[in-house]
Design a protein around this ligand. Structure first.
Ligand SMILES: *Cc1c(COP(=O)(O)O)cnc(C)c1O
Length: 355
């Protein structure tokens, strides 16, 4: 006898983050801010007194109530996940059956198609407009014609860094029978969340994460916010101890310091605005080289001529960004990191010029 892989697993590739050590990492949309001394001490103390022999709180009750307060919802409306990534997988596998139609946009976060593929759903990727905006009337029409079960997308969008106003999304939610999974991983930088409206809809799940604005990518902590009926289902299908106790207590310490979170968000927004302004100045200097597309999140997205050469050039100088074909995505970093990036991009496009 011989073991044969099933159809859906053939040809799948493991996710490969950019490897290697670089001086300046502007590729993964992480925060450049570490916990301050006070938070760091509180975390150490909490970890030191943890009962490691015990299973974690399955409901992550304390954490969910702190998160609920932060996001302006009730604790019963919050489910914690091992990163929002886990929740994306969980929601797609629970709310879809094999062959069900799920709508996403091209391009958006790559994990949507990954998890849709694993549940053998039928993924419809709706093309965006040439300027990377989304035609939501078209989305609604296709969703209804195709009887889609789920529409999933990010707002602001990764990778385009374009944000859509909540009114437009509300209109979409009302116009379809599909469950709308709204991934607000970058909403802390855009400020037009639908989190507080979850009870107004029977078909909305909002995803939030501590990985970006709160500088906590390492502890893997994300949240699904939804009405009680949907939240109860997510809680039913999650594995019992999906969020480990170390991450739970660290996240509780962070949420107990809303001032720290707000300050971090402000610093990141100000770095993003600086990076954007410097990038726009570069764009004026090298109009054939660069064209900024979006800056709504903690990163910018731009068209760049000879993008892969630019990417390799930056890498050779110890600076890593994300390359998407002829586009680049650059995370806002510390001031000196942004400055160095801008200087190198300027150098790259200046090389052919008369000096
Ligand atoms: C980074 C990111 C996430 C976050 O995932 P975590 O698992 O919470 O770290 C979710 N959605 C999008 C679109 C992202 O870019």
């Amino acid at each position: 006898m011989a073991f044969v892989l099933n159809e859906k697993l053939r040809g799948m590739k493991a996710y490969e983050p950019i490897e290697g050590s670089y001086r300046i990492r502007l590729d993964a949309n992480e925060s450049f801010i570490l916990p301050d001394d006070e938070l760091e001490d509180a975390i150490s103390e909490a970890v030191n007194t943890l009962a490691f022999n015990r299973y974690p709180d399955s409901a992550a009750a304390k954490l969910c109530s702190l998160a609920a307060e932060f996001y302006g919802v009730k604790a019963e409306n919050v489910t914690a996940g091992n990163g929002s990534d886990e929740l994306i997988g969980l929601i797609l596998s629970a709310f879809l059956q094999k062959g069900d139609k799920v709508i996403s946009f091209s391009h958006d976060f790559s994990m949507y198609s990954f998890y849709a593929h694993l549940v053998e759903a039928d993924l419809i990727e709706i093309e965006k407009n040439a300027d990377f905006t989304v035609d939501f009337d078209k989305v609604s029409k296709i969703a209804n014609e195709e009887k889609a079960r789920i529409i999933i997308f990010s707002n602001p969008c990764n990778p385009t860094s374009l944000g859509v106003d909540s009114k437009t999304i509300e209109k979409l939610i009302k116009s379809v029978n599909a469950l709308v999974v709204l991934d607000e991983a970058y909403m802390d930088f855009f400020g037009d969340s639908l989190s507080s409206k979850i009870d107004d809809f029977d078909n909305l799940i909002v995803l939030r994460t501590m990985s970006k604005a709160m500088g906590m990518a390492g502890i893997r902590m994300g949240f699904a916010l939804a009405n009680k009926m949907l939240s109860d289902i997510i809680k039913t299908v999650k594995s019992p101890y999906n969020v480990n106790s170390v991450s739970q207590i660290i996240a509780c310490e962070v949420f107990s310091r809303p001032e720290f979170i707000k300050q971090s968000i402000n610093k990141i927004i100000s770095s993003r605005d600086d990076l954007t302004a410097q990038f726009k100045a570069l764009e004026e200097k090298h109009p054939e080289g660069l064209s900024l597309i979006g800056c709504a999140a903690n990163f910018i997205f731009a068209k760049a001529s000879r993008a892969s050469d630019l990417y390799e050039f930056l890498k050779s100088r110890g600076v890593v960004i994300r390359l998407f074909g002829s586009y680049v995505r650059i995370t806002a970093g510390k001031n000196f990191e942004n400055a160095e990036l801008i200087g190198l991009v300027d150098e790259f496009y200046g090389q052919g010029e008369d000096k």
